[in-house]
Design a binder for this molecule. Structure first.
Ligand code: AMP
Length: 288
């Protein structure tokens, strides 16, 4: 496995590959790789000839008050995982390499980025869209694999690919979970033992919401009540948002009579956890 740090060298490598007709896959990450990342890497490995995993903790997607400095960094373990999974290139740019002096262009994000995560983190998706566009430009992949865990991020990237004419196939993989249901995340290491014990209730609440919908509950407020009651049993949890939305536009739904995504973010102490599940609502009685 090659380690490449310079964006120019990365692009030169990709040019050589593309000249020879090699299909390039990209898995963008912020490192501290876990089984969720491994599942994306395995999916990409099966679908491309040459696989690039980027490891870059992107400063532009963190607000000054957020955890950029303490975000976990474990580069040598990340390289080991990449090597085990047959990755061809671990692309590890520096912040100065990605954002040299004089850098000015920021991608403006679509309305679907302004809700939910966008409300709690107003500059987050502009940072994500900008770095993803840069990675696409540098690596020039034929396909890129992202995780459903960051559902709204996938929606923003899908829109970015379409609007900016990237000729890249987006593949979204399901969320990989701990045995008790907690979605794997690089930030889980920051949970105290007490918080870690409480955390899986989040997924269980989302599943209860899905069960209610699939049993025919049509009214979003009632489904919300089911989920909030479960989360309410855990005093350490504060709900940031919990919503039932159209899976494409991410607009909130009042009647759940079609495909729906239940999106949520909670706070446990100083840690913010994201999760989501898809559900299929039953067609309600026709309104005259
Ligand atoms: P991150 O390193 O957290 O920026 O995540 C890099 C990629 O891995 C993103 O596409 C995430 O959605 C995905 N990812 C993170 N956690 C999981 C998980 N538990 N299961 C599947 N994919 C994940």
């Amino acid at each position: 496995m090659k380690t490449i740090r310079s964006p120019l060298a990365m692009t030169a490598w990709s040019h050589r590959m593309r000249r020879d007709g090699v299909v390039i896959g990209l898995v963008p990450t912020m490192g501290a790789l876990h089984e969720g990342h491994r599942s994306l890497i395995r999916t990409a490995r099966l679908r491309c000839d040459a696989l690039v995993v980027s490891v870059f903790v992107n400063p532009t997607q963190f607000a000054p008050t957020e955890d950029l400095v303490r975000y976990p960094r474990r580069l040598s373990q990340d390289r080991t995982l990449c090597r085990q999974e047959g990755v061809d290139v671990c692309f590890e740019p520096t912040a100065a390499g990605m954002y040299p002096t004089g850098f000015q262009t920021i991608v403006t994000v679509p309305p679907k980025a302004r809700r939910w995560e966008g409300e709690s983190r107003p500059h987050h998706f502009a940072g994500v869209a900008t770095v993803v566009a840069k990675l696409f430009g540098i690596v020039q992949p034929d396909l890129a694999v992202f995780g459903q865990k960051d559902y709204q991020q996938c929606a923003v990237v899908r829109q970015l690919i379409k609007d900016l004419n990237f000729d890249i196939r987006l593949i979204v993989r399901p969320t990989v979970r701990e045995r008790d249901g907690l979605a794997m995340s690089s930030r889980n290491v920051f949970l105290s033992p007490e918080e870690r014990r409480a955390a899986p209730i989040f997924y269980h609440a989302l599943l209860a919401g899905r069960r209610a919908i699939e049993a025919g509950m049509i009214d979003a407020a009632s489904v919300q009540a089911v989920m909030r009651k479960i989360l309410g049993a855990e005093p350490a949890i504060r709900i940031d948002y919990l919503t039932l939305c159209d899976p494409d536009t991410l607009e909130p739904l009042e009647r759940i009579d079609r495909r729906t995504v239940i999106l949520g973010a909670i706070r446990l102490g100083s840690i913010r956890l994201l999760d989501n599940v898809l559900a299929r609502g039953k067609k309600g009685p026709r309104r005259s």
